[in-house]
Design a protein around this ligand. Structure first.
Ligand SMILES: Nc1nc2[nH]c(I)nc2c(=O)[nH]1
Length: 269
């Protein structure tokens, strides 16, 4: 049986056409993927024009957990009149749907007309000076997934993949934002303390299970990318006293207003 994603380009086109019809918005200028802890940002970006279950959009996953339906939101940015497409549901590589499914949302955003992509995530922090709740601008990544969304002899350059222009703009809004290198592991297990030490030694500052593959696909599609991580926990072995899950959730929530305001300001520029 042929799968829609057997032809990624056609699948993205079909998804973009579905979104244009379902939302009544012909073209979306900017797309955002909201990771763990970033959900509150959508409400600050502007007025929701339409919201639809991601699972209704061609190529997007059916809800993994019954009742847990991710949504796509079309938001009109007040200040600029631009249209933002907020992808509330992310497919992770560890779900086993393949790398085409992981980057389908990014390719759909490009097909929908976006020229800018904001990728956010929750992640583990490798620096003791970055407690849970610290937002970090991704300056570069290390892809430890051993795969790529790019197929065939298409040797895409990834220099400045995380736009220096957009990072400078974010830092004008919040000068205290540090830069960090994000290391994507496949997951779903967390890293061992030895793997965390390895990630530090090879130049990583953050560890996660998303973002790098999406950013590569975004570059291939010609999108300008801003990546922002929210440290939600010290990575394994970093902190002598591991946070409880409740403390991790609390730290993420406490950071909510600051990171939501940052995203809203970036989108409105
Ligand atoms: N790989 C990895 N992903 C994460 N996501 C979150 I939230 N915390 C972590 C973490 O410590 N490691």
């Amino acid at each position: 049986m042929t799968e829609l994603l057997d032809d990624p380009r056609a699948a993205a086109q079909a998804a973009a056409e579905y979104i244009a019809t379902a939302t009544g918005v012909e073209r979306h200028d900017i797309a955002l993927v909201l990771g763990s802890g970033w959900g509150g940002a959508a409400g600050l970006i502007g007025e929701t024009v339409a919201e639809l279950p991601s699972s209704d959009v061609p190529g997007f996953a059916k809800p993994a957990v019954a009742g847990h339906v991710g949504t796509l939101r079309s938001i009109k940015v007040e200040k600029t009149g631009k249209h933002a497409l907020v992808l509330g549901a992310r497919t992770h590589l560890y779900e086993g749907r393949g790398v085409r499914a992981v980057v389908h949302g990014v390719r759909t955003a490009a097909a929908a007309g976006a020229s800018t992509l904001v990728l956010t995530n929750g992640c583990g922090g490798l620096r003791e000076e970055w407690p849970a709740g610290t937002p970090v601008l991704i300056s570069d990544h290390i892809n430890l997934t051993a795969t790529s969304p790019i197929e065939g002899a298409n040797f895409v350059d990834l220099t400045d993949l995380y736009s220096p222009r957009l990072r400078a703009l974010a830092r004008e809004i919040d000068p205290s934002l540090p830069d960090g290198v994000y290391v994507q592991f496949r997951g779903p297990h967390y890293e061992t303390p030895a793997e965390v030490r390895m990630a530090q030694r090879i130049g990583g500052d953050l560890v996660g299970m998303s973002t790098a593959l999406e950013a590569i696909a975004a570059r291939e599609a010609g999108l300008e990318v801003l990546g922002v991580s929210l440290v939600t926990n010290p990575a394994a072995g970093i902190s002598a006293t591991p946070l409880s899950h409740a403390e991790v959730i609390e730290a993420g929530q406490a950071a909510g207003p600051r990171i939501s305001a940052l995203l809203a300001a970036v989108v409105a520029t």
